[in-house]
Design a protein around this ligand. Structure first.
Ligand code: 13P
Length: 245
């Protein structure tokens, strides 16, 4: 069985002092078989990469601009993240899709940028509560998969993250059957879009993952890892999740 990929998304949290938590994650990993990543705010990427150098913990960004450089005040390119020491980048998070109007086409362009810069993209998809209640969860998620994945991904390392919007930061999680239903649909779509390359990419689950539910979620069919928000901010909680991987 492939190693699980467990990634912490710190979102807009963390000053320099929080690097102690990252160091504590690295020193507490023990014999985990999982691949582990932490995605701090852009201001901490370089410092975290230095702090974790020589450890197995990968560092990532939370978004990037599709262009290499230019007059885009406030934005960060994939090349800049790679230059700062990032190996991963989260793209198409629902907080970016909803808050910044990111479309599938824009996410696909960002994925191409990540590949150009040598970053491993983690592409996020997920339905809102209204979409689930309307019976549209599978259609929405598979549509996002199809629209957000450029053909250039075939043969490259990447992962998908299924994050139901209604489960993010709410303490609510789908049932295991609901997670397995969506992950199976995502897998079929991945294979349809990318061919055999789509059969290998891990499909992470994200949304209110915590130490008490991680083992059950991570052992569900087609769950190749987890994307963790709030519970990744404290090393003890994140290590508790990794214990279930
Ligand atoms: P929470 O784990 O805080 O629900 O956040 C999930 C998420 O959005 C990770 O990207």
């Amino acid at each position: 069985m492939a190693a699980k990929l467990v990634v912490g998304n710190w979102k807009m949290n963390g000053l320099g002092a929080a690097l102690d938590e990252a160091r504590a994650v690295a020193s507490g990993l023990g014999a985990t078989s999982a691949r582990v990543g932490l995605c701090p705010p852009a201001t901490l990427v370089e410092r975290m990469a230095r702090a974790l150098a020589g450890t197995p913990v990968l560092v990532g960004g939370q978004d990037c601009r599709a262009e290499v450089s230019g007059a885009f005040t406030g934005d960060v390119s994939a090349e800049m993240l790679a230059d700062a020491g990032a190996a991963l980048v989260i793209l198409g998070h629902s907080e970016r899709r909803a808050g910044y109007g990111e479309t599938d086409a824009l996410v696909a362009a960002k994925v191409e940028a990540a590949l150009r810069a040598g970053l491993e993209p983690i592409v996020c998809v997920g339905e809102t509560l209204a979409e689930r209640e309307a019976g549209r969860a599978l259609a929405v998620v598979t549509g996002q998969v199809r629209g957000s994945l450029p053909a250039a991904l075939a043969g490259r390392a990447f992962s998908l993250a299924y994050e139901p919007v209604w489960a993010i930061g709410t303490g609510l999680t789908p049932t295991i059957a609901q997670i397995e239903e969506v992950h199976a649909a995502v897998r079929a779509e991945l294979v349809s879009v990318l061919g055999p390359a789509g059969a290998r990419a891990p499909i992470l689950y994200g949304g209110s993952v915590k130490p008490s539910n991680a083992a059950e979620i991570l052992s569900a069919a087609e769950v190749g890892g987890a994307l963790v928000g709030g519970a990744s901010l404290k090393a003890q909680d994140f290590l508790g999740i990794l214990a279930g991987a």
